[in-house]
Design a binder for this molecule. Structure first.
Ligand code: 5RP
Length: 235
């Protein structure tokens, strides 16, 4: 148990280091988008402690909106603000092409909207999220409540094993199916296939809009990974 605690603490330190490195991508007086989860929380902390003035931030969840406001950062919506210059968010998995699986926190729909609305997407994570191929974690799928049984049967037809996330409702009033067993050899194809099922609001595969840069906290520093090459360098 002591060993596990140490590992968790180290991983959290790596997340914090990646989050702090993301400040470099925040332009003064700009509008930014901010994601959801423990790594995004580290980013919000770093932002609040920084001297960087902002026009405001578009949150990807109610929790992030509260966290931003608590640190005195102006919360904007996409309706009232210009497009964010950069979107900063965590991930559950990232492959060498910077395609992601997101949504363990259940905020995947707003995350995907803000990521797509932003000019650049900086993903922050610890190195355990870097994978050669997506698919070890379940793919979260946000579903309109009355459509859950139908969508679950359609997902089974795609080869997936859906499990309803218990006692969880999204910020949009919907449910989440966590899906194991899907073939993710073509992430874009499965992203589109899931979204084509009536009743699906969005899914957690980010292949159509991958990250532009992944900042991955590691034991020896923060690796910067850019799309296509997958080459790493220290920051
Ligand atoms: C929430 C997400 C998170 O970004 C993802 O689950 C990573 O979370 P964490 O930073 O806590 O590891 O997609 O919906």
């Amino acid at each position: 148990m002591v060993e596990q605690d140490t590992t968790d603490a180290m991983r959290d330190g790596m997340k914090r280091a990646a989050a702090e490195a993301a400040l470099e991508y925040v332009a003064p007086d700009s509008v930014i988008g901010v994601g959801t989860g423990s790594t995004a929380e580290h980013f919000i902390d770093a932002l609040g402690s920084s001297e960087i003035p902002l026009e405001g931030a578009v949150p990807s969840s109610d929790a992030t909106a509260h966290a931003l406001a608590a640190r005195g950062i102006r919360v904007l919506t996409l309706e009232e603000g210009p497009r964010p210059e950069v979107y900063v968010d965590g991930a559950d998995e990232a492959d060498p092409e910077l395609r992601l699986i997101k949504g363990a926190g259940g905020a995947l729909t707003r995350e995907k909207v803000v990521a797509n609305a932003s000019r650049a997407f900086v993903c922050i994570c610890d190195e355990s999220k870097l994978v050669d191929a997506l698919g070890a974690v379940p793919v979260p799928v946000e579903v309109v409540p009355m459509a859950v049984p139908f969508v679950a049967s359609m997902i089974e037809g795609l080869g997936g094993r859906p499990r309803l996330r218990e006692d969880f409702t999204t910020d949009n009033g919907n449910r989440i199916l966590d899906v194991e067993g899907l073939s993710l050899t073509d992430p874009l194809a499965i992203e589109l296939a899931l979204d084509a099922v009536p009743g699906v609001v969005e899914n957690g595969v980010f292949a159509m809009r991958p990250a532009d840069i992944v900042l991955a906290g590691a034991r020896d520093g923060v690796r910067t990974i850019r799309a296509k090459t997958g080459d790493g360098e220290d920051v």
